[in-house]
Every structure is written in C-alpha cells, then in structure tokens.
Design a protein around this ligand. Structure first.
Ligand code: SF4
Length: 258
C-alpha cells in the first residue's frame, strides 16, 4: 500500500519534525489535554447542526455537545490516567481547566448557531444531493503517495454558487501556514470540478470567520509540499524546532524540549 498523509501530519512535520518522529515512529506516550475533548465535542455539535440543514434547535445541539464531551473525556482519562501527563492552560488546575473549557464549549456551540442561522446566504453545500457537506472525505492521488482527510464543512454561497471549504477552530490561533485550506481547495475542486477561490476558518473563540485567499495554490504546489514530507519520512529526516513545546504532546520524551 502506498503511504498516505494528511494536512495535520504535514503541519506537524513543518512546525517540528521531532514531534512527528516521537509520536509516529517512536510511538512515545502522549500528553492529553481537555482542549482536545472540547474541540471534538464542539465539532460534533456543529456537525449535527449543519447536517440537519440548521433545523436542529440549540438545546439539541447542546445535548450533542454534552454527550460527546462525556464520552471523549472518559476515553481520554482511560487512555492517559496519569494526571501529570495532562496539559492545562496557564496556572489552572486540571479540575478548573475542565470546568472552564466545558462551559466555553457550550458558549462556542451557541455562538456558532447565533451567527449561522437558517436562511443565510452562506450555508451547507450539497456535494451529494440531499446531504449537507459536513466531514467531507477526500483522497488526492499524488502518484507514489496519497493525501487524505476530512473537511469540516463546505459552504455554498447560495447567491453565487461559490464553494468555500471551512475548518472549525476551537483554539486561539489562526494557522499561519496554508497547508490545510490549500489542500481542501484542491480536494473540493477535484470532487466537484468547480474552481475554489476562498477558504475560511471559523474561529469559535470569537464567533467569527477568517477568510483566506486560496487563488494562488495549484495542485502541483500542494503535491510538492507533501513530496517534501514524503522525502523527509522516507529518509528519516526529522529536525527539532523547539518553539511550541508548551503545548507539545510528546514533550516529556523530547531531548530538545524548551
Ligand atoms: S518538545 Fe518541542 S522540540 Fe520537542 S518535539 Fe515537542 S515541539 Fe519539538
């Protein structure tokens, strides 16, 4: 079977190759964080809302969030029972961080629904008729390897027919690299035959989109990024970049940790 890569693997490799090496090659124990639980739970609620073509009422979306939160938190605790291996924000305790993020996730779900109402011009595309384009899977054929992933949401601007891939972010930072959205652009173009010019991040922390101009990215350019990743992995090239060590899941096993 040919190697398969994802946008998140490319992002990890480009931000710190050592993090990818320790997680995927050495398979060291990973740190956990409640923000991962929050992210998954918010995604499930937004997914349910958009999959229903915005007919799901806010209380039902919140119930989806709570169910996903309970399930994910229990699974994460089982996977990593050692509390010293849990990252927390600032000087908070794990208990405080858990409660704060649980409430923040609820606000993010309601905030999204308030800003994305039924009847808005920007709503779910139907890449398959009758189905909202949520968690759209794709696989890009790049010859000796492929790139696969899932797009959180593809919007259609109903007045123009423009398609806009979107990633939902529950964290603070807007990604500085183009890897994820440019990959989604090529994926949506291959799935639909339509030209994609813009992508978006929906930043749940402030309930606002960040638009990203994707017009300059081509399939050759995107394939070349993954070719660099492929070459690095094939040749065992994993450079450490000790810049984001505080939130790094493999930090306890890393010689280079800042
Ligand atoms: S602790 Fe820092 S240097 Fe080590 S893998 Fe993580 S980000 Fe890279």
């Amino acid at each position: 079977m040919i190697p398969r890569y994802s946008p998140s693997r490319l992002q990890t490799y480009s931000s710190c190759g050592m993090a990818l090496y320790l997680e995927k090659v050495k398979k060291v124990p990973l740190r956990e964080a409640v923000w991962f639980v929050q992210g998954t739970a918010v995604h499930e609620a937004l997914e349910g809302y958009e999959r229903s073509f915005r007919t799901l009422d806010p209380a039902a979306a919140e119930a989806l969030y709570v169910a996903a939160w309970d399930r994910e938190l229990a699974a994460a605790r089982e996977k990593q029972p050692d509390e010293s291996m849990w990252m927390v924000g600032g000087r908070k305790t794990l208990a405080t961080d858990t409660e704060t993020r649980f409430q923040a996730g609820i606000q993010q779900v309601h905030g999204y629904i308030d800003r994305n109402l039924p009847g808005d011009d920007l709503a779910a595309a139907e890449l398959i008729p009758g189905e909202a384009a949520v968690e759209t899977g794709f696989e890009l054929d790049c010859g000796e390897f492929s790139v696969l992933g899932y797009i959180d949401f593809v919007r259609e601007e109903k007045s123009t027919g423009r398609l806009i891939p979107e990633d939902w972010k529950t964290g603070r930072d807007v990604p500085a690299d183009p890897y994820q959205l440019a990959t989604y652009k090529i994926a949506v173009e291959e799935l639909t035959g339509e030209v994609v010019e813009w992508g978006r991040f929906w930043m749940c922390r402030n309930n606002a989109p960040v638009q990203v101009d994707l017009r300059k990215y081509t399939k050759d350019m995107v394939r070349d990024w993954y070719q660099q990743l492929h070459n690095g992995v094939q040749n065992g090239v994993y450079l450490a970049n000790p810049k984001s060590c505080f939130t790094c899941t493999v930090r306890p096993s890393c010689f280079f940790a800042a």
